[in-house]
Design a protein. Structure first.
Length: 374
């Protein structure tokens, strides 16, 4: 049974680079010793003896193997035991060590605490805990690293895990130092940052930076309050200027005619009763009260049974004459004279609105039923 006598560059390259990969100088320094550990020719030697052969400290060399080549140690020890050599290495963590760091590992799995914070919380050495995680809980280390790297592309927010493993938030005594100022900023939106800073004895610039960094939600509430205050001021200014501006004067001028138009009265009648100019009234209503203008236009148009739409003014003028034209056989000029209408105007109205009745009159005239001027 043989093991590779040399480690290829591609094999070792997988351990290089990255935030926690092996450094290049370390690879060059321990390369020959690692190859000897991988070789079957040196199975009779322990890792300490191989380290001394190459002038390395046995403990340092063993740490390199545990950190970057744990599979080599496991395969080598299993092969030595199968060939009858005495077991010299204990693979994996001892039970006493696992019990020692169990509480710290539980904190690291369930929270975003750093290794130093977990070590202080459980009363163990931070460097020993970090080494224990790297050697025996690589999956936990990779999971924590993955969570930290995910935050690189996200904006920093208070309470969120950063790429350095810390929870984003103010450090040291900053929360206590700015506590009173932050309380005033939230409870008194009418006070400016400068006024709050002077009252609390601090620099306005530093207070503004602290609020923008850690209390952006409060600044958004303050901005909404400011916008509402500006809107109230604008509304008050608009009410104040309502009776002094040119537009307000125009509204007061044409106000008496608006109720008449809303009741269905034409522009001519409304202008005549209020003493206004008809064209000026029409122009003002069209530009300032388009809803009323459309209502007036709808009220001033009539839809006939045949679907033709005519103005109410024309319909009121020619309605009786048109009815008589349809129901009797009188001549058109006689109908126009009896109603004091212009015969050409009446004829044009009938041709536009009642072309079918005009055609019937023509057919009757061609048959000799009666005489007509059409």
């Amino acid at each position: 049974m043989m093991i590779n006598t040399a480690i290829s560059d591609e094999r070792i390259q997988q351990y290089l680079g990255g935030r926690y990969g092996q450094r290049g100088e370390t690879r060059v320094r321990y390369r020959e010793a690692v190859e000897d550990c991988e070789s079957v020719l040196h199975l009779d030697k322990t890792t300490s003896e191989i380290a001394r052969m190459h002038g390395h400290q046995p403990e340092a060399f063993r740490m390199v193997l545990k950190r970057h080549f744990p599979d080599i140690l496991e395969r080598r020890e299993k092969l030595r035991v199968s060939l009858g050599y005495v077991k010299t290495l204990h693979l994996g963590a001892r039970k006493s060590t696992e019990d020692k760091y169990a509480a710290a590992l539980e904190l690291l799995r369930k929270t975003d605490m750093t290794v130093a914070e977990a070590a202080r919380e459980t009363g163990v050495d931070m460097l020993s805990l970090q080494q224990h995680i790297i050697f025996h809980h690589r999956a936990l280390a990779d999971e924590r690293l993955h969570r930290r790297l995910e935050s690189l592309d996200k904006p920093r927010e208070q309470g969120r895990l950063n790429a350095n493993g810390r929870i984003s938030g103010p450090r040291g005594t900053a929360p206590e130092y700015y506590a009173e100022a932050v309380s005033l900023y939230g409870e008194h939106p009418e006070m400016t940052i400068k006024e709050i800073a002077l009252k609390c004895g601090m620099q306005p610039h530093s207070l503004g930076c602290y609020l923008r960094r850690w209390h952006r939600d409060m600044m958004q509430v303050r901005e909404e309050y400011r916008r509402a205050k500006v809107a109230r001021r604008q509304a008050e200014r608009a009410r104040h200027n309502e009776f002094t501006t040119k537009a307000a004067k125009a509204r007061r001028k044409y106000a008496p005619a608006l109720p008449l138009i809303e009741q269905g009265m034409s522009y001519d009648e409304a202008a005549r009763q209020t003493g206004l100019d008809r064209e000026q009234l029409l122009s003002w209503v069209r530009h300032n009260r388009p809803d009323l203008h459309m209502q007036e236009r709808q009220n001033n148009w009539v839809t006939l049974p045949n679907g033709v739409r005519v103005s109410r003014q024309s319909w009121d003028k020619f309605q009786q004459a048109a009815h008589e034209y349809v129901t009797t056989d009188r001549l058109l000029k006689d109908i126009a004279a009896s109603h004091e209408l212009n015969v050409n105007s009446l004829s044009s109205f009938l041709h536009r609105t009642m072309p079918q009745e005009v055609e019937k009159r023509k057919e009757k005239r061609n048959k000799g039923a009666t005489g007509t001027t059409l």
